[in-house]
Design a protein around this ligand. Sequence first.
Ligand SMILES: [Zn+2]
Length: 82
Amino acid sequence: MWPSLAGGGVVVFLFGLFFTLNGIGFAIPFMIVGPIMIIAALILPEVPPVKPENPNMKYCRFCLKEIPLQAETCPECGLLPD
Ligand SMILES: [Zn+2]
């Protein structure tokens, strides 16, 4: 289950439904893609989070480099990792 993909599918479907009900013709594909996104979110297996091998390290969420767990700013990119 991918909650963000399912939520995106609902938004895409409602977008298509709103535009179709208001007579705007190009929105039919959105009403098809939205349910496909919801079904894919229910079928696809969830990917486990990636953890560094060293327990004293973590990944910077901006540059994805391994940095020390206690680091307040990333030594690679200088941004706050948390
Ligand atoms: Zn970084």
